[in-house]
Design a protein around this ligand. Sequence first.
Ligand SMILES: [Ca+2]
Ligand SMILES: [Ca+2]
Ligand SMILES: [Ca+2]
Length: 634
Amino acid sequence: MKYFICLIIGLSTFSGSANQPLEIRIDPPHWWSGMNIQSLELLLEIKLKPKEFYIISEVIGDNISLVKDEEAKNRDYHYVTLNIGSDAPFQKLKIKGWRTDGESKAPISITYEFKERDLNLHKNMGLNQRDLIYLVTPDRFANGNKNNDVIAGLRETTINRTEGFSRHGGDLQGLTSQLDYIKSLGATAVWTMPILINDMPVYSYHGYAVTDHYKIDPRFGGLKAYKKYSDELEKRNMKLVMDVIPNHMGTYNRLFQNPPDSNWINAWPKRSELDDQGGVGGATLTNHRYATSYDPYAAPSDKAQFTDGWFVPSMVDINQRDNRCATYLIQNSLWWIEEVGVDAFRVDTWVYPDQNFLDKWSKEIHRVFPNFFIFSESWVHNEHSQAFYFNEHKTLDAAADFTMYSSWKEALEKPTSWNSGLNKLYMNVASDYQYKSPDRFITFLDNHDAGRFFGKIKENISLFKMGIAMLYTMRGIPCLYYGTEILLKELDDHGKIREDMPGGWGKKNGSRNAFMNSGLTSSESEALSFVREMAKIRESYSIVNTGSFRHWAPYDKIYAYCWYDEDEIILILANRSKKSEYFDINRLTELTFKDLEIILDTKSNIDPKESLKSLNAKKVPLLPDGLKILHFTR
Ligand SMILES: [Ca+2]
Ligand SMILES: [Ca+2]
Ligand SMILES: [Ca+2]
């Protein structure tokens, strides 16, 4: 993709600065016909000399016309609004105008393409309860192309695999080559941390400091690799989840360095010692107090600092209340969906941007792409906050379920008593009454920001299996963080939580290879096999996540929940007692059944006779920290 088009203005009748080659950039760089969008606002940028200005006077196209040309506060930029007729064909438009320094005048002529849509890209759009997401840090998963590890001209000039904050060289080519491995874990969708370019001097690998909203980082393979990745996902009927960041961008983004209007950015100098100071221009940081969003007593200054303060000094807070800026972000999101065939967005730091903007943004995406799926990251600590952010937004499809995450931590890291441990999980699930539709919440045991699950449960393989089994059978769409399946266990430090996937850097880097299941310890192999076993169970019993859900108050430190319909029941029993316990099948009393079969036992090999014994005795034994899954016919 070309971002700057150099045009030679060759009119011999004019002289002076207007005769120099022009650097022109248009965002979005192209569009499509037949998108169910009548109005498109191009952000045109022409690098002008002092005293120069320009006018766009005419658009020559079939059923597409110029509505208005408006100069931005920064005269380099214009907002050029096009009206697109509903039957406008795909075509190359001519955008015409002229620029002048007051003395000489030179014509501007730009070709702008409306492409033909490729509807095949959207065959698998959206997520549903049967999906399972695999989350990857692209810099840390697999290095498919060593030649793109360092790109000349970008600000970060090295890779260093021994440093957590450095780039390690992983890329989309590497990720694409391991899609079969990912699929073998039961995943039907892949969410990568952001892949747009982060041309920052340091700490650019994570992707959350975007410096160009229309460019895939060349160190991840660029647009070509992203499209190939999308195609390969599509071939496997897998879905592409893009991580988008409407709240902030990197300080080296041109929209901050040379913005169309200073109103695109939220920034004000520190007012008191209480404000943390940002790195660029001394902008105030956010106070991270999300309670100010719903607190009836919140001080207005606290509220403003929460939404408009910067997330960190290297990331500029975007003012989505500016209509031009909002349009830019909305069109950018639509562009990526259409360009690459994105199936879902994970929205970073959902609680920090202007909430009215988020409504407008998600509404427009759903208007153009009704099947598209959007889920939020709202890192909250209680159910009412989760409900506030989710229920407020009618067009938000799901939320990453942070309270389920916390309650799994309680259930698996702490002992169970009346009010703690497994009971926290039970009470959290009971709180689903607060949500408009919790059935598609994104559930997880760990993620790229929180310590690894296996480390948190103190490397206890029984609890690992219990957690994975619950993740794969609980209501919601499960999300597995890369490497959790082979017991990566680092805690606290981001660099370590996002460590390199064993096997992603070729044989030279040791024989430990998750993708080949070679060189792993016996526990790691056992964990990997267990995850695959759970994937098979989830796949074989489609009632999981689509049937009716019921659970029972924990009793004898056993939590029981099930999926049922008229024909069958899948019952999950988890024992967090230090001793063996029995689950009394009579507790299913309202759910009549004929036969039962034990389909999973995390503590021992399944004894087929046990099903019969349990049926006769009406009791299912569970070993300490054991989990069983039972299948009943009705
Ligand atoms: Ca690479
Ligand atoms: Ca797709
Ligand atoms: Ca903000």
